[in-house]
Unconditional design. Sequence first.
Length: 157
Amino acid sequence: MKRTNQRQLAAGIAKRGFRRWYERQLIDAHLWLVGCLVAMILVAAGVELATLGTGTAERLSDGALVLGGLAAGAYAFRRYSRTLMVAEFIGEQADCPGCGRHGFRVGGQAPNGPTGSAPPSHAHPATGIDELTAACPRCKCHWAVRLPALGPEKPTS
């Protein structure tokens, strides 16, 4: 499952380019944060309604609102933190070692290999960790960008 998610992540970066992919990840992450805040407002509203309700049916529906808000908030916060973690993990490796430019294009040549020798995503022979082959558009330098180990959730692309 881990390799599939890393390959999907690599395909998303290759499809959009690093800068657009990174921007989209930050937007997606902060939309999840807004969703978390809305869920917490639902929780507060449910608690407030629970203090006003007198009947059993009203209290059950208010409790369901609180529990639903808590579940939605927890899920939204998890997605926010995961999306932001992935974007920052890759973003920290996006500086060209040759000229210092931030951002890269995917593909080109494998680090220490001939041009066209590596697919956009490949497993490092020694560690088995999936990597992207990054190429600087300015100085044509190539380097490896490690992909994070992703769990069962599908990453946003």
